[in-house]
Ligand binder design. Structure first.
Ligand code: NAD
Ligand code: MG
Length: 393
């Protein structure tokens, strides 16, 4: 039996992960689950799974969960805070860690899992965007394995040469083609983007996801973060990565080889496919996903992204080229701006403005140590939140 910790188990990726685990109880044992404040969701998961540990990163929520579980499931140990997250990411009885916390909050426990030599199933792209070099070094130096969960990167991983491990520069690869749906505003008139609401931004045409990544998909900052993620995962230079808009979300990404071959991975847009792939790799198991019906798909379309419509994508590329802590600054500014948009404090188009102004306004430092990364994150977050506040006033 393989012991599994699911960080962020109450979220969208977390729920899909438990759905796959439920189909393979003979292979995997769920040892620990974690959430931020969702006591109700966590209680339900604890009653079904009886894990050894449940972590609430919010201490008050941890106390409430403890009170609720005492009569119903006294065998589940409830831990609190960031220490609890890192502890369950490094337990001896855990071999696989699903990193599915959203945002910068995911960095420390995900890094802890890498340092403890676990198989890291990485959904939390923000940790690679913040500290790609540190993170990849931690994987390499501690004999950990890194399996991408982001559907595009999981597709790319599947299209890599046999025996490939994340972090290595693959032999014979010329380009990486990252597909993008273009989100809900791909063809909204530019003049109307100022008025769109959080509800419209979160209504993705092909995927059901958490609110933060849904907004990121609508601005295409998500694809920008994924360009940075691909750079670190596959050792690709910025100009070896191309973004292709593909509205059907059937081809999840492609690898172009020196001999002219292009390999693609296709499937229905369902995150249980990459999750099952990463859990079972190098084997294959049932994910509960319906087979792809090519006759129903009928056609596949491609277009070039419009950087005037999606300035966040351009900003992400610029941050990657700038190097150092620029991508940590980008990520922090984006998290602050998206939170302000979801709180209806700034318009949708304000997200790119705030990210751009933060990149221009916060001094660029190196990102060689965790302290430098965390300092850049904190400074950019405060700077961007200040801009958002002035907007709201
Ligand atoms: P979500 O909002 O649905 O869930 C987030 C989870 O993280 C929840 O369990 C929540 O309790 C926990 N969490 C939130 N804030 C926290 C904090 N401050 N401290 C500790 N835990 C916290 O998000 P999601 O859509 O499942 O996305 C999770 C990650 O996976 C993100 O990094 C996202 O970019 C990535 N991802 C998601 C999808 C998708 O289809 N949903 C696809 C690719 C990548
Ligand atoms: Mg993705």
């Amino acid at each position: 039996m393989i012991g599994v910790t699911v960080l962020g188990s109450t979220g969208s990726i977390g729920a899909s992960t438990l759905d796959v685990l439920r189909r393979h109880r003979e292979r995997y044992r769920l040892v620990a689950v974690t959430a931020h404040t969702d006591v109700k969701g966590m209680r339900t998961q604890c009653l079904e799974w009886r894990p050894e540990f449940a972590v609430m990163s919010d201490p008050d929520a941890a106390q409430r969960l403890r009170d609720e579980l005492r009569p119903a499931a006294p065998d589940v140990e409830v831990l609190a805070g960031a220490d609890g997250l890192s502890r369950v990411a490094t337990l001896d009885e855990v071999q696989y860690v699903m990193a599915a916390i959203v945002g910068a909050a995911g960095l420390m426990p995900t890094l802890a899992a890498a340092r403890a030599g676990k198989r890291v199933l990485l959904a939390n792209k923000e940790s690679l965007v913040m500290s790609g070099r540190l993170f990849m070094d931690a994987i390499r130096q501690n004999g950990a394995a890194l399996l991408p969960i982001d559907s595009e990167h999981n597709a790319l991983f599947q299209c890599m040469p046999g025996g490939y491990r994340a972090g290595l520069r693959p032999e014979g690869v010329r380009r990486i083609l990252l597909t993008a749906s273009g989100g809900p505003f791909r063809s909204t008139p530019l003049g109307e983007l100022d008025q769109v609401t959080p509800e419209q931004a979160c209504a993705h045409p092909n995927w059901v996801m958490g609110r933060k990544i849904s907004v990121d998909s609508a601005t295409m900052m998500n694809k920008g973060l994924e360009v940075i993620e691909a750079h670190w995962l596959f050792g690709a230079a910025p100009d070896q990565i191309e973004v292709v808009i593909h509205p059907q979300s059937v081809i999840h990404s492609l690898v172009q080889y020196a001999d002219g071959s292009v390999l693609a991975q296709l499937g229905n847009p369902d995150m249980r496919t990459p999750i099952a792939h990463a859990l079972a790799w190098p084997e294959r198991v049932d994910a509960g996903v319906a087979p792809l019906d090519l006759f129903k798909v009928a056609r596949l379309d491609f277009e070039r992204p419009d950087l005037a419509r999606f300035p966040c994508l351009r900003l992400a590329w610029e941050a990657l080229r700038a190097g150092g802590a620029a991508t940590a600054i980008l990520n922090a500014a984006n998290e602050a701006a998206v939170a302000a948009f979801l709180a209806r404090e700034i318009p949708f188009t304000g997200i790119a403005r705030i990210v751009g102004d933060t990149l221009a306004g916060v001094p660029l430092t190196a990102a060689d140590t965790l302290d430098q990364v965390l300092a850049a994150d904190a400074e950019a977050r405060a700077f961007a939140a200040g801009l958002a506040q002035r907007w709201a006033a």
